[in-house]
Structures are given as C-alpha cells and as structure tokens.
Design a protein around this ligand. Structure first.
Ligand code: ADP
Ligand code: ADP
Length: 228
C-alpha cells in the first residue's frame, strides 16, 4: 500500500535528508519509524502525504506513483490518509466536534452525514462526552484524541503519526498509544514516528530505524511477506 524505492530527499537548503530508502508497508500493518532527531522520520511521513516530493526514487501510495502523480490528484490521495502531529494542530476557536467536522466539510461530505460520522469518531477515541469542549479546555491527551478522531473520520487507509506522544506525559502517552493499537486492530494501517524507545521495545511491532537519512534497520527485512 506504501512503497518507497530508493528514495532520496534533498531540501533546497540543507544536506541530504534521506538517502536511498526502500521499504513497504502493507494494508493493516503497524510500523514504527525510529531514530534520533534529524534522522528523516518526518520527511518520510511528508513524502507519504505529499507535503514533499522525492528528489529521486519513487514513493507509491495506494497505487499512485510520485513519478507520475499530478498536482490535481494530491487532494484525492490525501483524503485516503489520516495525519496527526506532536502539536495536535487543532483549530483553537472551534469545539472538538467542529474540529472533526471540518475534515468532512473540506472533503465535501453531505451535511446529513457529518453529525453521525463526527459522533462515531469521537466515540471511537473515547471523547463523546467532551464533544462541545474547546481545545484549551482539554488536556494534551484529550486534544490528541480529537486530532486522531479528525484523522480517522474519513476512514483512511493509513494513519500517519508524527511523534504523537511527544508532548504528553507518561500516562497520556500510554493512553494514546493504546488507542493507536486499537485503531490498528480494527484494520487501519499505522505508521508512527517516535523516539520513545520504551514504547517501541514493549510493543513488539515492526520497526524501521533511520539514522542520518538512511534506513539502518527494518525488523521485517527477513520476512518475504513484508515486501508486498
Ligand atoms: P526527524 O523527523 O527524524 O527529526 P526530519 O525528517 O525532520 O527528521 O529532518 C531530516 C533532515 O532534513 C534534518 O537534517 C532536517 O534539518 C532537514 N530538514 C527537514 N525539513 C527541512 C526543510 N524544510 N528544509 C531544509 N532542511 C530540512
Ligand atoms: P516536525 O518534525 O513536526 O515536522 P520540525 O520541527 O522538524 O517539525 O519542522 C517544522 C517545520 O520546519 C517543517 O515544516 C520542516 O519542514 C521545517 N524544517 C525542519 N528542519 C528544517 C531546517 N533544517 N531548515 C528549514 N526548515 C526546516
């Protein structure tokens, strides 16, 4: 479903951010992206949601190739991806349910479907009782749940998470990580960048480790099934 083939990325100003990175992620799979700050984790996620384009190599997402993808195809591809960030990126002047509804409004969902879909997504993340709260009335963990609900409401193929627990205390971190596991167990692939090695070690999921733009370890590298 996601396939990187010898992907390199060079930002206009700066050294190489990725060098010849190859891996693939199957439907329904969970994988961690690990490595120190600056290793290239965010860049990999940005290439998947087409916030950046590779300098060389190919990124395939849901059958679409970065080599041939036109600008007008990007919004449709992004609709099939859910993204969450370390800093939540919620609209501060809108309630939890308005933040989630926004993701449906921009994709042209019929008005009558928006209410039920928002309610379902907020229930899924355990926040049904706080649907009318503003972000500043919620804890960090709760704000991240809203962001996850927003990412899930369009039924994405994959949830991309960039350090989703980076701003959270240990207890909220465990709660958010359990939620991501539940989401994965219900069939959504998850690609999660993190430098929380305790989380990675205890979970036993596939791990892709980057260092200075190179993929230095893939725990599924010997598994032929992982190449699809
Ligand atoms: P990570 O997510 O692992 O911290 P990033 O993918 O953010 O790593 O960054 C990889 C490298 O690319 C770093 O050296 C970073 O400074 C550089 N980089 C990231 N974004 C940009 C950019 N927009 N312009 C120039 N360099 C960038
Ligand atoms: P994240 O890891 O959450 O993407 P970063 O702090 O790495 O956030 O980057 C924040 C923004 O700054 C991003 O748009 C990224 O592309 C850009 N950026 C990161 N590193 C550099 C850099 N060395 N030079 C220029 N822009 C950068």
């Amino acid at each position: 479903m996601i396939r990187f083939t010898k992907v390199s990325k060079q930002y206009p100003r700066g050294g190489p951010a990725l060098e010849e990175v190859s891996f693939s992620l199957r439907r329904g799979e969970f994988a961690f992206l690990t490595g120190p700050s600056g290793a290239g984790k965010s860049t990999i996620l940005k290439l998947v949601y087409v916030a950046e384009r590779p300098s060389s190599g190919e990124v395939r997402v849901d059958g679409k190739s970065s080599v041939t993808l036109s600008r007008r195809e990007i919004p449709r591809l992004r609709r099939r991806l859910g993204v969450v960030f370390q800093d939540f990126r919620l609209l501060e002047d809108r309630t939890a349910e308005q933040n989630v509804a926004f993701a449906l409004e921009v994709t042209g969902t019929p008005q009558t479907q928006i209410g039920p879909k928002v309610a379902r997504a907020l229930t899924q993340v355990g926040l049904a009782s706080k649907s009318t709260a503003l972000p500043h009335e919620l804890s960090g963990g709760e704000q991240q749940r809203v962001a996850i609900a927003r990412a899930l409401v369009n039924d994405p193929l994959v949830l991309l998470a960039d350090e989703p627990t980076g701003n959270l205390d240990e207890r909220s971190t465990r709660g958010i990580f359990q939620l991501l596991r539940d989401i994965n167990a219900s069939g959504t692939a998850v690609l999660m960048a993190t430098h929380d090695l305790t989380l990675v070690r205890d979970a036993g999921f596939r791990t892709l480790e980057l260092n200075r733009g190179r993929l230095v370890f893939d725990s599924a590298a010997d598994d032929p099934g992982a190449q699809g």
